[in-house]
Unconditional design. Structure first.
Length: 72
């Protein structure tokens, strides 16, 4: 019963969009912009997004993501 109620809420309210970008940095900017208009992100999510956005220019993002997983 509870599972059905959860499913119904997800189906009713969840919206999924796909956005294709040319550069990975654009994805971080879009993420930040979209979430600034919706539910507030946690401080950690904002820092994570900012770090990944800045590191894409200077360091491989896989290194940043691997390091973040260790911290997370």
């Amino acid at each position: 019963m509870l599972l059905r109620a959860v499913r119904d809420q997800v189906v009713k309210y969840l919206k999924v969009i796909f956005i294709t970008v040319a550069e990975e940095e654009e994805a971080y900017t879009i993420f930040e912009t979209l979430n600034a208009r919706g539910m507030n992100l946690s401080f950690v999510d904002l820092i994570k997004n900012k770090l990944f956005k800045e590191l894409t220019d200077t360091h491989p993002d896989d290194d940043a993501k691997t390091t973040w997983k260790i911290l997370d």
